[in-house]
Design a protein around this ligand. Structure first.
Ligand SMILES: C[S@@+](CC[C@H](N)C(=O)[O-])C[C@H]1O[C@@H](n2cnc3c(N)ncnc32)[C@H](O)[C@@H]1O
Length: 295
């Protein structure tokens, strides 16, 4: 593309085809529209989700039906696209590019991201009241009977865990150590159920050998708007999962009714004869074994 075309686009002038090419080059995607792999598909699915006909959108946007239909095929001008977006998705905005970390800034700052109250409401409703937050923070909205606080000399990686339910949104910079700790404490029977909210990182031996055998994994659709230390909401720039240990089928079902996403099927081994068999999960502590579900 020549410089002049890009310059014109930055001034709001140009074709949607050019805009989409630039968006692809910059990995610039919009959120707040419908599903689809490109802008035109997203526009169409957004219109359909809102049960609007081409004529209705055209009338509201002050455009012809042909122009709206053309936009949905990747044609049209940026000026007409802006009019249609105003009608269909006024709150559409740039989706943060995928990264595996929160961003720049020091580690303590990056690790100070708190679970938002609306997400916690779903956790309470599905799993019940929280007995322990082992990596708590005085600024966090998480409500737990017991909180292990660094600021008060506690250390969730050392202090014993306790109670029926632990909720763990750990410092992501040390996520693996926290997942190991959660698993150890659960296996030792210190807590009956653990709910961990963590980035989807599946490359570790621990994930493959231990967690995927013992934990139920829920892949979140969309991202969670965490609260920064300054109380500012911020979407994670990475995908998230909830890993639970010892959760019942009822708790998991309720959670999936409240939070968009889905539970992964438990690990299965494929035998030489190609017959899938359930992997031999290590023994659970007695009082937990009865609660653990096969997923
Ligand atoms: C991602 S925040 C989560 C806070 C809270 N659990 C929530 O979900 O809103 C993680 C917190 O763990 C705290 N933390 C870091 N290392 C810790 C440790 N060894 N023991 C206890 N807390 C720790 C940090 O101070 C940080 O505020």
């Amino acid at each position: 593309m020549d410089v002049q075309t890009v310059r014109r686009l930055e001034a709001g002038v140009g074709s949607v085809a050019t805009l989409m090419a630039i968006m692809t080059a910059l990995d610039f995607r919009l959120t707040g529209l419908g599903s689809g792999t490109c802008l035109s598909e997203q526009l169409r699915s957004r219109r359909r989700t809102r049960s609007l006909s081409l004529d209705q959108v055209a009338a509201k946007a002050g455009l012809s039906r042909t122009t709206v239909a053309s936009l949905e095929r990747g044609g049209g001008s940026v000026a007409s696209l802006v009019k249609v977006l105003t009608v269909l998705a006024p709150s559409a905005r740039r989706r943060a590019p995928e990264r595996s970390f929160w961003g720049q800034g020091d580690k303590a700052d990056r690790d100070s991201r708190f679970t938002p109250p609306d997400f916690m409401d779903s956790v309470y409703a599905a799993f019940g009241p929280i007995d322990l937050d082992p990596c708590a923070d005085l600024r966090s909205p998480v409500v737990a009977r017991r909180r292990i606080l660094l600021s008060e000399g506690g250390d969730g990686l050392v202090d014993d865990w306790s109670g029926q339910l632990a909720y763990v949104n750990p410092p992501f910079s040390n996520m693996l150590a926290w997942l190991r700790r959660a698993h150890d404490q659960w296996r030792a029977g210190k807590v009956a159920t653990v709910v961990c909210l963590v980035p989807v990182r599946t490359d570790s031996t621990f994930f493959h050998d231990t967690l995927s055998a013992d934990a139920d994994i829920f892949l979140l659709r969309g991202r969670v708007k965490f609260l920064s230390a300054r109380g500012k909401p911020q979407y994670t720039p990475f995908s998230l999962m909830v890993a639970t240990l010892g959760a019942t089928t009822k708790q998991k079902r309720r959670f999936s009714e409240l939070v968009p996403g889905h539970w992964l099927a438990r690990t299965q081994l494929i035998t030489a004869e190609n017959q899938p068999v359930h992997s031999p999960s290590p023994a659970h502590p007695k009082h937990i074994g009865a609660r653990a579900s096969g997923g």
